[in-house]
Design a protein around this ligand. Structure first.
Ligand code: COA
Length: 578
């Protein structure tokens, strides 16, 4: 079938839908639906059999839903309507939530229902629930609907509030007044729930020394306490605020007022420093102190060390790369035979921290520092002669964060994850030893194609190309069980010895044919050119990425209908260079 996707961004869910339907054998095209005209034009050009909107903020034009079957993913239970579905569900602490696939109609979210599926709610930020539970349910519903349409089994049912099974209702847009924290009233669980409900967008509006700032990435602190609402501790990235019954770590923050550069989502401790620097009076700031929360941690069991690095949005700034490298080094000194790189809760990794770079005084220098630290980290993983290394790709990964796992001896994919192992959309040649690691796994010509096409890749596609060694179930719990089983097998004396012998041989031969250092030098030569040329595409692409200035040209690679007709949406004006 010809399936047209409308999306307000080519986000993770749209990418997954695009790949899943393509793998099913459908002809799929994506339209960045920024306004009604672009949707009408896309439908006219592509003439789809069905339109699917995995993530759409715009209203579908009447003449489209009147003519085509147009299915919308709503992240709410049956009957739930409105633009803040997950926000209300998380802040009201519901135990179960759901996803509904409905047909576009005159009234928003009130069309016929094609399917609905519920899941147990997890304590996590909104974007995390969206990426894991919502995405998994949405994919099942979409695949089922597409199969039904293909087999002419079209059975949507009208929304019926008289049915007692329909529990949802129309809810308004959640405003900042609905989200506010009362630090003298709300306990830790409530504070975290409120911040989670607004994370990653729009963020919960609070104050840092009376300066309005949005808070993100809340984690509970179990030991430290203090006067509710006061900052009682700081770590390298986060600050810790006391509540009435404990404290919470705030990992990221974004100032409400200031210049464009000042209003970027950044490590909260950095935002705190910038607010304090602008005050005309002295304030007390606690010294750096780690509490019970850490973004890098590991545990060891039966000869296996599981290393987690839960960086916000999977992006790694210079300091985080350095700390992670130290952790890898420290783990290598422990009595473990296998090291499993687990990544974070939401992403495995997304490469260098573009927000930190954009906000820095000298983005070119900071990019350079960040990429060097990243390369050092990847080198540390490649050069592990005494340990079998394993990348547990539990979550999506992009750019350098999708190349870094290839430094491990084994790459274990979780079904359904989406990888973007390419750099061109950010205007970069690429680093992380990709010129060594990617061809080493998939061969020269496939590596070139992956890097040039800049297409997302589903786990199953990555597996068939050789990017991964094993493809495990999507179920989060089952995946973890298998990973443990798999890693423990590799820690057995025989498997461990064999793998290390193979690795030593391979490394020796590879080093002889071309030293690792040479790959790094060549890649960084091109990276340096992009970083230190103020007019390079990289600086413009990074600016647009960080400030969410959508460029329709960026998704043309998946807008097949526009490629065929060569009718392109108008290019946006470019931002000033960094
Ligand atoms: N630096 C800073 N923030 C990053 C980031 C990075 N390298 N990669 C992703 N993010 C942030 C996004 O800004 C977004 O932030 P927000 O939701 O808090 O506003 C969040 O992570 C999710 O990203 P999004 O693009 O919505 O996720 P996705 O699943 O739809 O897409 C990618 C994933 C990897 C395709 C996309 O994030 C991407 O292109 N990232 C840039 C990767 C890159 O070029 N890195 C530098 C070169 S090594």
């Amino acid at each position: 079938m010809k399936i047209l996707l409308f999306g307000s961004a080519f986000n993770g869910l749209c990418q997954r839908v695009h790949r899943e339907l393509t793998v099913m054998g459908h002809s799929v095209s994506f339209e960045l639906a920024l306004n009604q005209e672009s949707m009408i034009e896309a439908a006219r050009l592509f003439k789809p059999d069905v339109i699917i909107c995995p993530f759409l903020k715009e209203r579908v034009p009447d003449r489209i839903w009147q003519k085509h079957i147009c299915l919308i993913v709503h992240p709410g239970i049956e009957g739930d309507r409105g633009p803040s579905a997950l926000d209300w569900a998380i802040s009201s602490n519901v135990k179960e939530w759901g996803v509904t696939l409905l047909q576009a109609a005159k009234e928003m979210d009130a069309g016929d229902i094609w399917g609905t599926g519920n899941f147990t709610m997890r304590t996590a930020r909104k974007a995390s629930v969206y990426r894991r539970e919502v995405t998994q349910q949405a994919i099942q519903l979409i695949k089922q609907a597409v199969t039904d349409i293909r087999q002419y089994k079209i059975r949507p049912r009208p929304l019926d509030y008289t049915n007692p099974r329909v529990k949802g209702k129309l809810m308004p847009l959640m405003k900042q007044q609905d989200r506010q924290i009362d630090w003298w009233l709300d306990d830790t669980e409530t504070v975290i729930g409120k911040i989670n409900a607004a994370d990653s967008f729009p963020g919960l509006l609070d104050e840092i020394f009376e300066e309005p700032a949005y808070l993100f990435g809340a984690k509970p602190e179990t030991k430290l306490t203090g006067t509710p609402g006061s900052i009682i501790a700081r770590s390298s990235d986060a600050y810790c605020k006391a509540t009435i019954d404990g404290a919470v770590w705030i990992r990221m923050a974004k100032r409400k007022y200031g210049t464009e550069k000042e209003c970027i989502k950044l490590p909260a401790n950095q935002v705190l420093d910038s607010v304090v620097a602008g005050l005309d009076h002295k304030v007390f700031l606690p010294p750096s102190q780690s509490g019970s929360y850490n973004d890098i941690y590991w545990h060891e069991k039966r000869g296996v060390g599981y290393l987690y690095f839960d960086f916000y949005n999977g992006a790694m700034n210079t300091e985080q790369c350095r700390r992670l490298r130290q952790a890898v080094r420290a783990l290598k000194k422990r009595p473990v035979k296998v090291i499993v790189l687990m990544g974070g809760e939401d992403f495995w990794g997304n490469g260098i921290q573009l927000n930190c770079i954009e906000a820095s005084g000298n983005p070119a220098e900071e990019s350079w520092r960040n990429i060097q630290a990243m390369d050092d980290l990847v080198e540390e993983i490649i050069l592990s002669p005494k340990h079998v290394t394993l990348a547990a790709l539990r979550n999506n990964a992009g750019a350098g964060g999708a190349i870094m796992p290839l430094a491990c001896d084994k790459v274990i994919l979780r079904d359904g994850i989406v990888l973007n192992p390419h750099y061109k959309t950010m205007g970069l040649y690429g680093s992380e030893y990709w010129t060594y690691l990617l061809p080493g796994r998939v061969g020269e010509s496939r590596a070139r194609k992956i890097i040039d096409d800049c297409l997302p890749m589903l786990a199953i596609e990555a597996f068939s190309l050789g990017v991964g060694d094993e493809l495990l179930e999507e179920s989060w719990d089952n995946y973890h069980e298998y990973i443990v089983e798999y890693a423990e097998k590799l820690a057995s004396p025989k498997a461990h010895r064999q793998l290390l012998e193979q690795k030593a041989k391979r490394r020796k031969a590879d080093e002889k044919s071309k030293p690792l250092e040479q790959y790094r030098k060549e890649e960084l030569h091109f990276m340096r050119e992009s970083f230190f040329d103020p007019k390079s595409v990289y600086h413009q692409a990074r600016y647009r990425f960080v400030h969410k200035k959508v460029d329709p040209g960026c998704v043309l690679r998946v807008a097949t209908h526009r490629k065929q007709s060569e009718k392109q949406p108008p290019a946006l004006e470019l931002a000033p260079c960094a």
